[in-house]
Write a protein that binds this ligand. Structure first.
Ligand code: SAM
Ligand code: SF4
Length: 335
């Protein structure tokens, strides 16, 4: 629990307190991962709809200094496409109390900017990589950029952003045979691998429960080659972790569909156009951009944010027959 009093923090009706803020810097992307976006891309948000760098920094400041947020992760879309990222990170790093700052990126362009991100105050980075095979990478992302991602990963470690986490989504018949090879490759390089179950958040609505690779299947394929020992309870960390072959290396699995962690969720989300979402799967959003641009003061914005979080549902229920996919895809919400 943060030192923020419950009354001042982002507390919902079930007593959960959100201290981890995900900020989407843009809905745009330079890849077209098949489980995320259609080949032709999406109708991107128009520039006037996007929060400016200053507006983002102001909201991050309100979250950290008034609402008890202790961790801020910048995501998207592809966050490295946003030119103001260095300013946004350095403003956040100057806050008191200083939040932990991280970025989730597809790794393209990371080789160029990793050092500057560290100088700005970034603490950690998660890089998404689904395959070790450049041909498969091209098929999965519809872009021939595998080498850029590998270069980005190596540069992140050199810049001091380690331990770097690698996020992997497995798709049946596409890359589901690669789990052990990816783990061996990550262990060799000191990257922390985490598999993410594919979720119904793609713009094309192509997700199929029967087709997704479950955490159970991932663990079974890893256990054919490694000894896995469960680590301690995961708390609010969505990744369940296992020590690999006695450690120190670990592997994580984020089983959002088959083993949801909603009961311990500590997240609040800000979209690139200034909407608060109290859950990745929420069907409602609360508009902070209008308040910002209408001249609201910090106290009023903080109160609107608290109100948005109060109505957070107990769980997302992805595996329930009644589940409805949110209107916006993952790339627009901020994954
Ligand atoms: N573009 C950046 C990247 O790919 O890391 C940040 C945004 S992306 C939406 C964040 C994470 O969400 C990535 O690790 C990606 O693999 C994952 N992701 C995207 N669509 C997903 C889906 N339908 N199910 C599960 N994970 C997904
Ligand atoms: Fe872009 Fe990330 Fe979506 Fe891939 S998962 S299309 S890299 S936003």
């Amino acid at each position: 629990m943060s030192t923020q009093s419950l009354a001042g923090g982002l507390v919902d009706g079930f007593g959960r307190m959100a201290t981890d803020l995900r900020v989407s810097l843009t809905d745009r992307c330079n890849l077209r991962c098949t489980y995320c976006m259609p080949e032709e891309g999406l109708d991107w948000l128009a520039k006037p709809e996007l929060l400016t760098g200053e507006e983002i920094s102001r909201l991050v400041r309100i979250a950290v200094t008034r609402l008890g947020v202790t961790e801020v992760r910048f995501t998207g879309g592809e966050p490295l496409l946003r030119r103001e990222i260095l300013d946004i990170v350095s403003e956040a790093a100057a806050l008191d109390p200083r939040p932990t700052l991280s970025v989730t990126t597809n790794g393209i362009g990371l080789a160029r900017i990793a050092g500057a991100l560290v100088t700005a105050g970034l603490d950690r980075v998660n890089v998404s990589l689904d395959t070790l095979d450049p041909v498969r990478f091209k098929a999965m992302t519809r872009r021939d950029r595998h080498a850029d991602v590998l270069a980005g990963l190596a540069a992140a470690v050199d810049a001091g952003l380690g331990p770097v986490k690698v996020n992997t989504v497995l798709m049946r018949g596409v890359n589901d045979d690669e789990a052990p090879a990816l783990l061996a490759w990550c262990l060799e390089r000191g990257y922390e691998l985490r598999f993410i179950e594919q979720m119904p958040l793609d713009a094309q609505h192509g997700w199929d429960r029967a087709e997704m690779i479950t955490a159970g299947e991932i663990l079974e394929s890893l256990r054919a080659e490694f000894r896995l020992d469960a680590e301690d309870a995961r708390g609010s960390n969505p990744a369940e972790r296992w020590l690999v072959d006695g450690g120190p290396g670990t592997v994580g699995v984020i089983a959002s569909v088959t083993r949801p962690f909603c009961g311990a969720c500590d997240r609040t989300r800000l979209t690139a156009d200034g909407q608060i979402r109290n859950c990745l799967f929420a069907r409602e959003e609360s508009d902070l951009r209008s308040a910002l641009r209408g001249g609201a003061g910090d106290a009023e914005i903080a109160e609107r944010w608290r109100a948005a979080m109060r109505t957070k549902k107990a769980g997302a229920g992805i595996d329930a027959p009644t589940f409805l996919q949110p209107d916006r895809p993952m790339s627009a919400i901020g994954g």
